[in-house]
Write a protein that binds this ligand. Structure first.
Ligand SMILES: [Zn+2]
Length: 335
């Protein structure tokens, strides 16, 4: 069976010294301090140590073979987004990351599918980069759950949704820049509590802001099985019904309407939760994702799904059909 992992992160082995080039801090630098490993440094702060499976396509293909997974959808690591940068510098960072992805996809067309990065701080430059991304053969984009703390419902982002629709480019919304992170640094709370909330924030913003009504052909996938969105949908819907004066101000449709319209990945680490997600979404709107190569991901690339006793057709939907439809690509191109 074809298995496509649609939520994985990759980065170039070497990054320019953007801090030096642009003259201000915030950009990630890489320190290859020992063989096969590098430290990500932001300003003068250590961010994360990464392994060569973050940048070496061959290492990744070998690791994926162990779990019978043939194709990886790759996008950058959100800490590289550079939305904080001046618009033209943000564009330069995005261009660098996107060129690197294009080179990878061109070298391994059956193994890798690319999702580009946009300078979201400038919708005008983002639309320009979307056209370039399309021309170069990437299938979509990955964006953050908020853009410098602005919600995805802001009208300034509408031209980006419009261009994605027109250019037939898909969208992956990834949690990052977690709300409240300064107040909960211990216990990895930004990742364990903030990330699921961020994804729900993005989904509620897009739904209540009417983004899916204005752009009905926009194909959006939300990470980590929607974060806390689906598991709190009862509350969200009740809020919509009991205080429409607060909630239904830009869109009159019940939020439940959109289940099965957008896609979510299967990263739940929990069979019972995935059963619920499948019930809410339908198997054609749940995609195989892993968050590889990071430890909080499902590094057995969906192996647990094989043991859930699901009908084979549903497993096949999750493993490939849903992603093929989300990205509007053909199975034959990856066999
Ligand atoms: Zn991720």
């Amino acid at each position: 069976m074809l298995k496509i992992d649609m939520h994985t992160h990759i980065m170039p082995k070497y990054l320019p010294d953007w801090e030096k080039k642009f003259g201000y801090e915030g950009f990630i630098k890489l320190d290859h301090h020992k063989s096969g490993w590098a430290r990500m440094i932001q300003g003068d702060k250590f961010f994360r140590e990464i392994n060569h499976n973050c940048w070496d396509p061959e290492v990744r293909i070998n690791e994926y073979n162990k779990f019978n997974t043939q194709v990886q959808v790759v996008c950058t690591i959100p800490v590289l987004f550079a939305y904080f940068a001046k618009a033209k510098d943000g564009l330069e960072v995005a261009e660098f990351l996107n060129d690197d992805l294009v080179a990878l996809v061109n070298k391994y067309p059956k193994k890798y599918i690319g999702l580009g990065t946009l300078p979201m701080q400038s919708p005008e430059l983002a639309v320009k980069e979307l056209h370039r991304i399309k021309k170069m053969g990437l299938k979509g984009i990955q964006i953050g759950s908020n853009i410098n703390n602005k919600n995805l419902s802001e009208s300034e982002f509408f031209p980006i949704w419009e261009a994605c629709e027109k250019l037939d480019l898909s969208v992956l919304v990834h949690p990052w820049n977690m709300m409240g992170k300064e107040d909960m640094e211990s216990y990895w709370l930004p990742w364990l509590v903030g990330m699921p909330a961020e994804t729900s924030r993005a989904m509620c913003s897009m739904i209540f802001g009417g983004v899916f009504e204005k752009f009905p052909n926009l194909r959006v996938n939300f990470c980590h099985a929607s974060g806390s969105f689906l598991s709190t949908l009862g509350r969200i819907e009740h809020g919509f019904n009991c205080r429409p004066d607060l909630v239904a101000v830009d869109n009159n449709f019940n939020p439940r309407k959109y289940c099965g319209h957008f896609w979510v990945d299967c990263i739940t680490h929990d069979e019972v939760m995935l059963e619920y997600v499948l019930k809410m979404q339908g198997s054609k709107r749940v995609t195989l994702g892993s968050d590889y190569p990071f430890p909080l991901g499902d590094l057995e690339i969906g192996e647990f799904i094989n043991n859930m006793g699901l009908p084979q057709s549903e497993v096949e939907d999750i493993f490939c059909n849903s992603t093929l439809e989300w990205l509007n690509i053909s199975k034959e191109d990856y066999l």
